[in-house]
Design a protein around this ligand. Structure first.
Ligand code: T1G
Length: 689
């Protein structure tokens, strides 16, 4: 008797009911139960058709991801789907929730599919560095055509039931309230009308026109080259769809199987599967249980209407929460609200929001010049200039104004939250909420736990993070928390490398090829080289200072570390090269040939080493949290899993050996963290902590 799969009969219709919470993942047990159920229904003369129905919140949400990388358990999913399709009696899939990956493949092997309006269908495998490996790449194009199939499987984004119906994936949209009864009625109709067994594998009309036309696939590759840069899986998915068009079904299946095996055993998929589970781990805080009561947050206050304050406010307005934004000067307030409106209007122009929506969100935003207007807010976020004295002054004033029980948060990106909290009589209600620019876009939120922050306040901030669509990572108090603290050694090494022999464009090229969207010097030009710089205090000690002194402030001045053309395309600058050569000379540094490997190791291994210190100090709960910070806040390529996961793929022993080599050459900045030494000595990894 299979504990998660049950076969029931409703007259001549058999119902194969699956109940394997939380998401009916197609684990070995579920697969076994499905095959046994279809077999029994097949041999039961009373049964004329079968309905495949999942209980709980969703139809199969895919293969069981936790099984990948482990010894395979029979029956494998390709056999299961072939067994369903080969059934002599029609099998109807009843879709609700999220029919994803192997779940949708199972549905496509059924002869008919019905869905409730709220259902979603998709192939997210590419987000796991994979491809639909149970016939999805061969059946989907036969139903929707190669272009739409490539869109779906290379984006990984689900489509609604309505769109799935239009595309031909779903045969009928049924009543939201009673899917099972509707599916059984649909199956009865099939039997009564003696409708044929519709096998997707036999369809050809949607692919015939594309046969022998490689230009279709070339055009798709070209149009998505930038988006797919560095990823292995998208190309493999495209090759499978091309095979679906040009090869007989079974040969296409063979290629799909081969390419799936290559991906599932590869480093990129291992990294992206790590990230899948890491994104779900961040919400689990060992000493704060899921049932910790949270505080009500119905009204939010934001201090500062600059770039950060404006972006932060939009998050809460987007979630339907009223926000009062306080600024010191009327023109700054007007400018800030103007930027927000223009942001919303440009989103509306792109068709991603209606003008009614724009007005609705703007109505939720109230500007003010008085801190006192925040007295009735449940949460107040300070987002002013990164200066401790100013922040301390604001928090001591806020403490007198804010109502009892209000949460006071600072958007500081470096400063000591405990010191800020000490300016109030309610340090247990003070914490950091560190957003990333542009705050209405960037998914990452570092929630900074002060030494006195109450558990309910932390639980509330984490829940709010989820509510405004962020991925919240809980971190402790130290300079720069997790992200910025690890960024400093990378920046330090990047600046040293250009004095020792590399050029800014060498360092940027190495990190760009590694997978970052851009290197540190191009990033600096984008942000502006004069952040925190002033002519009065400038000493011409660094390339950056000298460039600022020469009014090369970055993209905004058309010149920085790079020269920029009218389309902001960057090219290496001979003048900058000379400035750097002269600076090395002035500092008595003999320049030398520096390999790409040294550039990468010095920039990345120092970050990893800092990450190990962060774990040692308990500033991060687990190494995968650090990975989530860097992937969602600093452009670390997801297919490398994050700095700590990457270190394990390289081998902690190798990282340690290289750090020791650099320590011998360059000194204590490369001194390996004690934790790294210990883990290597014990033959363990960060994941074992
Ligand atoms: N396998 C194993 N565990 C899974 C899982 C899966 N497919 N999906 C979810 N979980 C766990 C998750 O780790 C969490 O566990 C709990 O379920 C709730 O998930 C051959 C190769 C369905 C949209 O990529 O996108 O099929 O943290 O917190 O926000 O071609 O889960 O509670 O211990 O995310 O409501 C393709 C992955 C697989 C879909 C629900 N399928 N899942 O979101 O809940 S590859 C996917 C999701 C494949 C075949 C191929 C989401 C969800 P815990 P949750 P949610």
């Amino acid at each position: 008797m299979n504990p998660v799969v049950e076969l029931r009969r409703d007259g001549e219709i058999a119902v194969l009911a699956i109940n394997s919470p939380p998401v009916n993942a197609l684990s070995a047990q579920v697969r076994e139960g499905i095959v046994e159920g279809v077999r029994q229904a097949g041999t039961d003369a009373r049964v004329k058709a079968v309905v495949l129905h999942c209980e709980g919140r969703t139809f199969f949400a895919g293969a069981d991801i936790s099984e990948f990388g482990k010894p395979p358990k029979q029956p494998m999913l390709p056999e299961v789907v072939d067994f369903i399709e080969a059934s002599s009696k029609p099998v109807v899939a009843a879709l609700h929730g999220t029919a994803l990956g192997g779940g949708l493949e199972t549905a496509l092997a059924c002869h008919y599919r019905v869905a409730v309006p709220s259902a979603k269908c998709g192939f997210p495998e590419v987000k796991l560095g994979l491809l639909p490996g149970a016939g999805g790449t061969q059946r989907l194009p036969r139903l929707v055509g190669p272009e739409r199939a490539m869109d779906m499987i290379t984006s990984g984004s689900p489509v609604s039931a309505k769109v799935a119906k239009e595309m031909g994936i779903v045969d009928e949209i049924v009543d939201e309230t009673d899917l099972l009864a509707s599916a059984i009625a649909f199956a009865r109709k099939l039997v009564a009308e003696n409708r044929p067994l519709k096998k997707v594998r036999d369809l050809d009309d949607k692919i015939a026109a594309a046969r022998g036309k490689p230009e279709i696939f070339e055009a798709f590759r070209k149009a998505n080259a930038r988006k797919f840069r560095g990823f292995q899986a998208p190309e493999y998915n495209i090759r499978c769809v091309e095979a679906a068009v040009n090869l007989p079904f079974d040969e296409g299946i063979k290629l799909e199987r081969q390419l799936f095996q290559e991906l599932v055993s590869g480093e990129q998929s291992a990294a992206q599967r790590h990230v899948f589970f890491a994104e779900r781990q961040v919400w689990k805080i060992p000493d704060i249980s899921d049932d910790t009561p949270t505080l009500p947050v119905k009204k939010v206050g934001v201090i500062g209407a600059g770039t950060m304050g404006g972006g932060i406010s939009m998050n809460f307005a987007n979630a339907g929460l009223p926000v009062t934004i306080v600024e010191a000067k009327p023109d700054a307030l007007e400018r800030g609200l103007g930027v927000i409106r223009r942001n919303y209007e440009s989103t509306a122009k792109k068709g991603r929001m209606s003008m009614e929506d724009v007005e609705r969100r703007m109505e939720l935003l109230t500007g003010s010049l008085r801190l006192e207007d925040l007295a009735d807010c449940d949460l107040i976020i300070e987002a002013v200039f990164e200066n401790m004295a100013i922040k301390k002054e604001i928090f001591s004033k806020l403490d007198a104004i804010a109502k009892p029980g209000a949460i006071l948060a600072s958007n500081t990106s470096y400063l000591n939250v405990n010191e800020i909290a000490a300016m109030t009589k309610r340090p247990e209600h003070v914490l950091g909420m560190h957003f990333f620019s542009p705050a209405n876009i960037m998914r990452l939120l570092e929630v900074v736990r002060g030494e006195k922050t109450d558990k309910r306040v932390i639980a509330t901030a984490m829940q709010l993070g989820r509510q405004i669509g962020k991925i919240a990572v809980l971190v402790g108090v130290c300079h720069g928390f997790v992200g910025n603290r690890m960024l400093e050694p990378r920046q330090r090494e990047a600046n040293r490398l250009i004095l020792e022999g590399a050029m800014p464009w060498d360092v940027d090229r190495v990190l760009y090829e590694f997978g970052f969207p851009m290197g540190p010097f191009a990033m600096a030009d984008l942000a502006g080289l004069d952040i925190g710089w002033s002519r009065e205090t400038s000493k011409g000690e660094t390339a950056r200072e000298i460039l600022c002194e020469q009014d090369r402030r970055g993209q905004k001045t058309g010149a920085g570390f790079y020269d920029y053309d009218e389309n902001r395309n960057a090219k290496p600058s001979e003048l900058v090269e000379q400035i750097i050569l002269d600076l090395s000379d002035k500092k008595g540094i003999t320049r030398r040939e520096i390999s790409d490997q040294e550039i990468l190791e010095r920039c990345v291994y120092t970050m990893i080493n800092e990450g190990a210190k962060i774990l040692e100090e308990g500033i991060a709960i687990r190494s995968s949290d650090i990975d989530i910070v860097w992937i969602n806040g600093y452009g670390w390529p997801v297919y490398r899993g994050g700095p700590m996961f990457y270190a394990e793929q390289v081998g902690l022993g190798k990282v340690l050996e290289r750090l020791r080599a650099y320590e011998a050459k360059f000194g204590a900045d490369f001194k390996p963290a004690a934790l790294l030494e210990r883990l290597v000595a014990e033959g363990k990894g960060f994941r074992d902590l």
